[in-house]
Design a protein around this ligand. Structure first.
Ligand SMILES: Cc1cc2nc3c(=O)[nH]c(=O)nc-3n(C[C@H](O)[C@H](O)[C@H](O)COP(=O)(O)O)c2cc1C
Length: 187
């Protein structure tokens, strides 16, 4: 059983939901994930204590959470010694037209942090009108209406492909097992 840190930043909760789903799948594979919101990381959390690490962030106005960049920067020297993955949640990954844009965000992140994760997962996010104030809600409604004309923008919309989240967790579990020689436990 490998201990796997799943550390994430989130604005309206979708990356947290993805992190929880990844953790569920890693648990099903017999591993021991710990999910932590990057904002709640305290001095008692030592990245070196884990066998593997997943880092997640979402995109707002073209950028990932600053706290995630800081976390990666502060722990880069340890991260490069372990099997790692990065997952990104964005509107760009909600459909294939945004694939190049989503990849550009990752490349910027890699450049800014000087950390190249072993595995990368790109997932569509959600538009949560219920979490936005009036002005942001009006802005996001226009974004959805112009970018996703077939989508009903009268309520919250989730674009995340959960099968692809599960597949990423599975592939990462296999990678960790190969790297650590720890086959997981399904007792
Ligand atoms: C204010 C705001 C700005 C956003 N900007 C972008 C953007 O520049 N590019 C993009 O691909 N998605 C963008 N999105 C979509 C978010 O990435 C998506 O809503 C995601 O699910 C947010 O995840 P979170 O709830 O974990 O923060 C934006 C969303 C909001 C609310």
């Amino acid at each position: 059983m490998a201990s796997i840190l799943v550390c994430y930043g989130t604005g309206e909760g979708q990356t947290e939901k993805v992190a929880d789903r990844l953790a569920d799948e890693l648990t099903a594979r017999g591993h021991d994930p710990t999910t932590v919101n990057v904002k709640a990381v305290g001095s008692d959390l030592n990245v070196a204590d884990f066998d593997a690490v997943l880092v997640g962030a979402s995109i707002h106005f073209g950028r990932h959470q600053k706290a995630v960049r800081k976390f990666v920067g502060a722990n880069r020297d340890v991260l490069v010694t372990k099997p790692t993955g990065f997952f990104q949640v964005s509107g760009a990954s909600a459909n294939e037209d945004g694939a190049a844009e989503a990849t550009t965000y990752v490349e910027k992140f890699v450049e800014a942090t000087n950390w190249r994760p072993d595995r990368i997962g790109l997932f569509g996010g959600a538009i949560r009108f219920s979490e936005y104030g009036f002005l942001l809600g009006a802005l996001m409604k226009r974004v959805v209406e112009s970018g996703f004309p077939d989508v009903d923008a009268s309520g919250d919309v989730e674009f995340t492909d959960w099968e692809s989240v599960d597949a990423f967790a599975d592939a990462f579990a296999t990678f960790v097992e190969e790297r650590t020689g720890d086959a997981g436990s399904t007792e």
